[in-house]
Design a binder for this molecule. Sequence first.
Ligand SMILES: Cc1ncc(COP(=O)(O)O)c(C=O)c1O
Length: 378
Amino acid sequence: MSNEWIWLSPPHMSGGELNYIREAFTDNQVAPVGRHIDRFEQELAEYTGIAHAAALSSGTAALHLALILCGVEEGDDVLCPSFTFAATANPIRYQKATPVFVDSENETWNMSPEWLEFAIQDRINKGGRPKAVIPVHSFGVPAKMKEITDIARRYELTVIEDAAGAMGSFYHEKHTGSFGDFTVLSFNGNKIITTSGGGALLSDDESKIEQARYLATQARDPVPYYRHSEIGYNYRMSNVLAGVGRGQLEVIDERINQRREHFKQYRLNLESLPGISFPDEPEAAFCNRWLTTMLVNPENSGGVTREETRLKLDSEKIEARPFWNPLHLQPVFRSFPWYGDGVCETLYEQGLCLPSGSGMPEPDRNRVISSIQEAFWK
Ligand SMILES: Cc1ncc(COP(=O)(O)O)c(C=O)c1O
């Protein structure tokens, strides 16, 4: 057995990134301005079909700016799924607004439209001010955007799509993020393409994206001396890192094919084990399969649990990760409103993300498969 760790989703460089980095050095554009940033933004817009993009230091920064741009402030409600990474909800608190956590539905594991509407109505009845909703396309699986945007329109909420892990996922042949008012992408080191750390905010509304760029560069007024009329942030992406992003974007389709192949092979080899299931691709969706996810239901598995499976993998130097522990259960968010009947809690108990890196060779994937089979044949 190889003695090397198999990681969940490590960066996968193509080599082409180095040409862009070299160019940034040659041009001495080693700052948060430069040609690569401009081109990366255009290329992101072309790839997603969303008209305008601002390249930023992280997906979290993009979420924060989106909330500012839709006027979210202290006392407003922002609805978001409980089943997501803390980065979806943290920026709501940066604005001193109230995160309202909504349960998942069983098909895509994303925000349940039924619970969303129930939560909005209940918050309005209680004197709340719902202002925006942040659906998340978890693990690259598109949320039910038709239903969610219908509800948002009815209650006049801005829709900010958190597509941090969903670059390259499509729904009804449109890129995830094309349905709402804003879209957030992340290029963190574990994402489908990476700039080591980085993100982007996209929208069809050019003036909003221009404003995002202005807020992201300390809100400097366009005058030849330093003048600031509002609070700004240092959220712009470096030109060097935008070069890395350009190199990564050139190979994104190949990366998605590799990840989809991992999903296919895991499913083919593991789904017959008792209690294990893999999510189907929802109707009209094309999933990037950023992470292969599976459920281990201990009622059907002869008692094998998700955690036992994870620990077995860990003992063989294979990194697998439990799903997100729902945010409404986190100490920092426990006092905020929550609407649901616990679908996301069951997902947390049963869910495991398997190594899915696009650079993972077949023998490593086979090692993961054998290890899981052994956990069930013990
Ligand atoms: C669902 C979700 N939203 C937001 C983020 C934040 O992105 P970033 O790490 O680029 O700030 C992440 C990052 O992993 C994420 O998984």
